[in-house]
Write a protein that binds this ligand. Structure first.
Ligand code: ADP
Ligand code: MG
Length: 343
């Protein structure tokens, strides 16, 4: 498949998502921007509560009861036009035609997408028939093919199983099959392997990687597991308290992480390149409550390199090798490269 337009498949600009809670306004996503090209895998990383899932779900306008601002520009294959998903009614027909069809999502827990009362075949067929004009018999045949594609053994028989008759790994494969049923251009996977054991996790990751290449899909993969990032990513977006602290090609992320938060994440986890007996250093403290976060740099109260200037929001600095970092450490000599602040 060739790219027919010069636009990226997806361009998110200054995305902001705010919830009204009893405790006050929670800005879960606060000015996130990124692009995704066809065939590319973007990994979004960060500790729990940093806004990764809200970012992913807002692309499909699945975040209920929130105020969403910014732009989410989708350029469908073969179309010269770009659609801004933010302007769509979250419950309207337009977004429903895109959801599950052009852009599909798989979740951490398969049972959030599978219902226990229908067989997996019935559920895949229903998704296919919702978006495609083909006969029921052809949709069943397609369901079996999809289950074969995701490596479900004996799929012609198992298509008639109920979700509870399957293992966690099999259910996750069914969910991937369902997500792929309409050949989406973008697949968003939110911690798709966290609930699985290591062997099954590796199989599912290999499967996603193969499908991305074969179908030339854009893949957005959300994870807090940096081993997953090293296997899958082309680009890495590091989120902290609703903001992007670093955005970088994957090689630079592992070889030369710039933001102290990225460095902290890498030092605190076992990675393929971690040497035996190498000490892991946890990041001190925990992600603050979003209603009570530090002013200025949001990482400042946990940062080993904290300085007086960190009471001001750091500018986003563009470094060589396509690395962008929001940190005062990189402003000297690079002041002219500062493009904006994170506030
Ligand atoms: N429906 C909601 N109402 C209020 N706050 C929410 C809601 N959903 C998420 N949040 C808040 O948004 C922040 C980001 O959440 P989330 O995107 O789930 O984080 P992550 O996926 O990185 O762990 C959290 O502080 C969370 O409490
Ligand atoms: Mg999440």
């Amino acid at each position: 498949m060739q790219q027919t337009t010069s636009y990226p498949l997806l361009k998110v600009q200054d995305l902001r998502v705010t919830f009204n809670t009893l405790g006050g306004k929670v800005s879960a996503v606060d000015g996130i921007s990124f692009s995704l090209q066809r065939g590319q895998c973007l990994c979004i990383v960060g500790e729990s509560g940093c806004g990764k899932s809200v970012t992913a779900r807002s692309i499909l306008r699945l975040v209920q009861s929130a105020h969403t601002e910014g732009r989410i520009l989708f350029s469908p294959q073969g179309s010269e036009s770009t659609i801004d998903l933010v302007t769509m009614d979250a419950k309207g027909r337009e977004i429903q035609a895109i959801r599950g069809n052009d852009i599909a999502m798989i979740f951490q827990e398969p049972m959030t997408s599978l219902t226990p009362v229908y067989t997996v075949g019935e559920q895949i067929v229903e998704t296919i028939l919702r978006h495609q004009r083909i006969s029921k018999a052809a949709a069943w045949e397609r369901a079996v093919e999809l289950l074969q594609l995701v490596g479900l053994p004996d799929s012609r028989r198992r298509v008639h199983d109920y979700p509870h008759q399957m293992s966690g790994g099999m259910r996750q494969r069914v969910m991937i099959a369902m997500a792929l049923s309409c050949q989406p251009q973008i697949l968003i996977a939110d911690e798709p392997t966290t609930a699985l054991d290591v062997t099954v996790q590796a199989q599912i990751l290999r499967l996603l990687d193969r499908l991305r290449r074969e179908l030339n899909m854009g893949l957005i993969m959300i994870t807090h597991d940096l081993a997953v990032v090293s296997k899958m990513a082309d680009e890495v977006l590091v989120m902290y308290l609703g903001q992007a602290v670093e955005q970088t090609p994957v090689r630079q992320f592992f070889e030369n992480p710039r933001h102290p938060y990225s460095q902290g994440l890498l030092n605190s986890m076992v990675l393929p390149q971690t040497k035996p007996k190498q000490a892991l250093i946890p990041i001190p403290g925990s992600v603050p409550n979003p209603l009570d976060r530090p002013t200025g740099c949001r990482f400042s109260n946990r940062c080993p390199a904290v300085h007086d200037r960190c009471q001001m929001p750091p500018p986003v600095v563009e470094l060589p090798d396509n690395q962008k970092v929001a940190c005062w450490l990189y402003t000297e000599g690079a002041a002219s490269n500062a493009v904006s602040t994170n506030e």
